[in-house]
Design a protein around this ligand. Structure first.
Ligand SMILES: [Zn+2]
Length: 436
């Protein structure tokens, strides 16, 4: 009875918020969870639940899975706007369930913050968990990455449903051994691509075998610590691959899986990993490959995650970067583009960003390819300017502006192609300045 009334009150609140033209974010979930932290048990779910977790790439992968399923004519309930903690997911469910807790959809697809997998799914069914990568991120909120992985590993010890893992991330592939009785572990991988390197170019984690602590040996690195690795002592790293992306061509934006060529709207290795996970997941649910192919040829993100736009006719690529890996991925894309370009880096240190910005020292700014000017902005405009200067970039070509409007105005004084990198709370204000 109690849950019935909680849902009723939330529905009324939702209606009021709607009338006021507000979406409410995770507000409803916050209150409901406070009133009953066990409320997840109350919901009746008859459709598959898919969850995506990672340090980077959750939103894109979650939205792409949802997009493919919708293209296939399925009714999908998903937290597309990125409220990915227990209260955010609860808000999404509360808005769409009946008063008796029934959820009517063909699929439930959620992106879930790494720390909240055990919290939500101890009381809620989960049919497929997709894990993309683990990098150092927002240390002050999550604690060490290792603690996070161990928490998920603990949860997986009794989990027997589909588990889709990135075979090329040693931090992720280890989760496949959490429950030896789980016969539903599926690994995905991407074949060595043109810009893979023998040496690790960017700061990364996961260099030691999680089972015997021996230093891992890499045939190559795709980016950061993602690559073809193995443990010379215990053999960790030798997993049977369920889906392998081959023939990666970033210029044409194509790759192959199972001899089918996928044409996509993105041109980074990082997104090919995400989309390989999407294909693995949709294949497990027998979605027609023609539909997957068609959907992925159209799928884009319009939220500053590798968003490509024209501002005053100037090609502009905007990417969110919350941590060194995200920033390195953006710079990798910039460096793989030979055209002349200018960079705007907007760095804030608000609470949601993590107050400590020392992670910028793990960004690889060396040898930027054909970058003729860098503008920095945000509350830490000067910190990021100094960081870039230290890497050897000509300081006469670095312009810091604390005021974001001024930064954007100066950026578009030339018609050179632009790359924009912004961290978490900097992204939306930047998009707003760009009138997006
Ligand atoms: Zn080992």
């Amino acid at each position: 009875m109690r849950n019935f009334f909680i849902i009723l009150i939330m529905k009324i609140l939702h209606l009021i918020l709607k009338i006021c033209g507000k979406n409410g974010g995770n507000f409803l979930g916050k209150i409901a969870y406070k009133w009953n932290p066990n409320i997840f048990k109350y919901f009746k779910v008859n459709s598959p639940v898919i969850a995506v977790t990672a340090t980077n790439g959750k939103t894109m992968t979650n939205n792409a899975i949802g997009y493919v399923l919708k293209t296939a004519g399925k009714k999908v309930l998903s937290n597309q706007e990125g409220n990915n903690m227990e209260t955010g997911i609860l808000s999404t469910i509360l808005k769409h369930c009946t008063l008796t807790g029934k959820i009517k959809a063909d699929f439930l697809v959620f992106e879930v913050d790494e720390g909240y997998i055990p919290v939500i799914f101890k009381d809620f069914p989960l049919n497929t968990l997709v894990v993309l990568d683990f990098f150092r991120d927002q240390l002050d909120r999550n604690g060490e990455v290792e603690t996070l992985i161990l928490k998920i590993n603990e949860f997986l010890k009794t989990y027997k449903n589909n588990l889709i893992l990135n075979a090329d991330d040693p931090n992720v592939a280890r989760l496949g051994k959490a429950n030896p009785d789980n016969k539903n572990v599926y690994y995905f991988s991407v074949e060595k691509y043109k810009y893979a390197s023998i040496e690790q170019k960017e700061a990364g984690e996961g260099k030691f075998c999680p089972f015997c602590k021996t230093k891992l040996e890499y045939d190559y690195y795709q980016y950061s610590h993602i690559g073809k690795f193995k443990c010379p002592n215990c053999g960790y790293g030798n997993n049977e691959i369920y889906k392998l992306a081959t023939d990666v061509n970033l210029n044409n934006r194509t790759f192959k899986i199972d001899d089918i060529t996928y044409k996509i709207r993105f041109n980074s290795i990082y997104n090919i990993y995400n989309l390989t996970a999407v294909i693995a997941c949709c294949n497990l649910y027998n979605i027609d490959t023609k539909i997957i192919k068609e959907a992925l040829s159209k799928f884009v993100l319009n939220n500053g995650r590798l968003e490509e736009v024209k501002i005053n006719d100037v090609p502009t690529i905007i990417n969110l970067a919350k941590n060194p890996t995200g920033s390195n991925v953006s710079l990798r894309i910039l460096n793989e583009d030979d055209e002349e370009k200018e960079l705007l880096f907007v760095l804030n240190d608000n609470l949601a960003d993590g107050l400590d910005v020392s992670w910028i020292w793990d960004i690889n700014f060396d040898n930027l390819n054909n970058v003729t000017r860098i503008i920095t902005s945000g509350t830490r405009a000067y910190d990021i300017a100094i960081r870039i200067k230290t890497s050897g970039f000509d300081s006469n070509k670095i312009e810091p502006y604390l005021n974001l409007s001024e930064a954007v105005e100066n950026l578009y004084k030339t018609n050179t192609k632009k790359y924009i990198i912004a961290n978490y709370t900097a992204l939306q204000p930047t998009r707003k300045e760009l009138k997006l």
